[in-house]
Design a protein around this ligand. Sequence first.
Ligand code: GLA
Length: 385
Amino acid sequence: MKKEFLLQVFADKFAGQTGTVYASPGRINLIGEHTDYNGGFVFPGAVEQGIMAVIRPNGTDTVRAYSIDLDDYAEWTVNGPKGPEATCFRFVYGVARELIERGVAVGGFDTVFAGDVPLGAGMSSSAALESCFAYGLNDLFGGSISRWDMVLAGQATEHKYIGCNCGIMDQFASVFGQAGKLMRLDCRSREFEYFPFEPKGYRLVLVNSCVKHELAGSPYNDRRRSCENVAAAIQALHPDRKIETLRDCTWEDLEAVKATCSAEDIQRATFVLGEKDRVLAVCDALVKGDYEEVGKQMYLTHQGLSRDYEVSCEELDFLNDLAKECGVTGSRIMGGGFGGCTINLVKDELYDAFTKRAVEAYEAKYGITPKIIDVVIGDGSRKIG
Ligand code: GLA
């Protein structure tokens, strides 16, 4: 994506004017899925693909916005109660309002935006969009909120304006990402560490099933509710302890509420407790440079996401089986699930054979060409001109 192109479109739409250009990336996640809203650990990194926006304050209280990708235009009052209807603009509207709530004097602005992170692929195109505007509007309207406030403004936008009760992983990765580094984030304390990721002899590659996922108002929120139900049941049994999330629960705790919670809730909590253990196993393995172990844990995560958490689909299971057949070190669904990509840890020498086979076999079965996306870990939210 070229900023010159965006600036040209901006000039065409807004009477030859120019503006400031901002960018924010999508993300990958090595391991730690559906752990963020359970107070657990995640292991994401920003990718090179993302959203770019040209923004210019216009001195009124009206926002005029054009989405290049959707060829759609909308206008609304910046802090008006209703806002635009189209989802892509609701993200922008929500973020501006959340920034205002956090003390940034956001006024009207003109904007043009576009992205190269595939929509509905589990790579967090929506967090990229939110973070891009959180960063850009804070910068342009003299705000002084922290990067964490930007993350929280993006997350609140999902909750209040989109209807997805997501955790903080995606917005965190988009805002804080650094080239070449993954980040291990403790979603409860919000402490995090950058991890240079140089798996010698291996690479990460995504295979996009092109089954589009949609998290808003979806079974995603049901999964979260199941986790909260189980945590509440465990808290009720142990008034002496503070059980905020499943992070605070042990396997014994889970066993003790088997009779009082629904089988479905227990099954979902079983995945989360297992994923908690897997993230720690992967951290150890990374320190030792043991990528075979990392891969093993990735396959186990896939199994859990598919059988217990039930967020897979036939196509993603097919891609996972294919990876196993090809001798890929690790493979699993990435992100919320219900479609999108698998993330694969593959040895250099297997890369060509695996990607070729994945494309051919998937095409033959589903009549769709899956997209192969090489992972390059890029930078987080920034001003680019
Ligand atoms: C989506 C959500 C995140 C996280 C993942 C699953 O991407 O936005 O907060 O819960 O799903 O790990």
